[in-house]
Ligand binder design. Structure first.
Ligand code: AMP
Ligand code: FE
Ligand code: FE
Ligand code: ZN
Length: 282
């Protein structure tokens, strides 16, 4: 069993890098990619433990990018570094993304306070490690009784359509792809189902555009994908010569329905050939 998409508490997961390695070994996961949002801190910390436990740990990351001409569409880009570790310039760019998040967080606090929400930045930042994201805000809002659960916290306060929503700096998807390629990584579109393009032709055309911009792979296997989605994205991968990847998108307790390696109610079974093909292409 392999899993090429997971998060630690260095971004918005709840497991420490050490605990995630332990869980992977316990569950019989042979190869695991840590793909935190905007940081390698989880991967860096997990590496010695993975080595000593015989777990094949893959260096990954997940970037939020935007699309020209669309205010609300975000494209999550996974990147895998299979040949060499990401270079310092790429890490410096990640620091800029994290700074953009910090700036957004300050404005988000102001926006919430303006609407009468009793919330201060330090209480949110206390939950984050390398970075503080909206899921950490959601946690505080839930604990203070402003929302009963994550979905409601996003609907009322944090999501793109909430009155208190504030944007953060995000690169265009083409820039993200180029930066990953320049850093020697493989850029892959994450959970394409979440693009929310219901028209099949439009979805196909959008992925082709990304391929033309340098995209190398598509996350065919994902906890959110139904069998027919896997079929469709597998077909698009073949048609456009894209690599196939897959992972659970494990976040720990914030998404308790998702299990490492096996996804949502066991809907994942990612062939080991996926990783072999990625390595061969890298
Ligand atoms: P940020 O990167 O700080 O803007 O936060 C984005 C993260 O918030 C995403 O990666 C998701 O994990 C989470 N998220 C976004 N929308 C929702 C939602 N409607 N419900 C729950 N979590 C969400
Ligand atoms: Fe996340
Ligand atoms: Fe994602
Ligand atoms: Zn993810």
């Amino acid at each position: 069993m392999i899993d090429l998409h997971s998060h630690t508490n260095e971004s918005d997961g709840t497991f420490t890098p050490f605990e995630l390695v332990e869980l992977a070994v316990e569950r019989g996961v042979e190869a695991l990619a840590i793909s935190d949002h905007d940081t390698f801190a989880g991967y860096d910390q997990a590496l010695p433990e993975a080595r000593s436990r015989g777990l094949d740990l893959v260096c990954g990351i997940e970037l939020s990018t935007r699309v020209p001409g669309s205010k609300s569409r975000t494209v999550h880009l996974l990147a895998y570094f299979l040949r060499q570790p990401p270079p310092p310039e790429f890490r410096a760019w990640l620091d800029e993304l994290i700074a953009g998040r910090r700036d957004r967080n300050q404005r988000l606090i102001a926006s919430l306070q303006e609407k009468g929400v009793d919330i201060e930045l330090p209480e949110v930042e206390r939950l984050g490690r390398t970075l503080t994201g909206r899921p950490h805000f959601a946690r505080v809002l839930i604990d203070k009784g402003y929302a009963p659960n994550f979905d409601e916290a996003f609907r009322r306060y944090l999501g793109e359509t909430a009155p208190t929503y504030v944007e953060r700096y995000a690169p265009y998807v083409a820039e993200g792809i180029r930066r990953v390629l320049d850093a020697g990584g493989l850029p892959v579109i994450a959970h394409p189902i979440r693009l929310g393009i219901h028209n099949l032709k439009a979805e196909d055309a959008f992925i082709r555009e990304l391929r033309d911009a340098g995209l190398r792979g598509i996350e065919v296997f994902h906890s959110d994908h139904r069998p027919e989605d896997i079929e469709r994205y597998g077909g698009i991968a073949r048609k456009y010569g894209l690599l196939v990847t897959g992972g659970s998108d494990f976040h720990g307790e914030v998404k308790p329905q998702i299990s490492l390696g096996t996804g949502y109610n066991g809907n994942l079974n990612i062939p080991i050939s996926v990783l072999n093909d990625l390595r061969a292409a890298a």
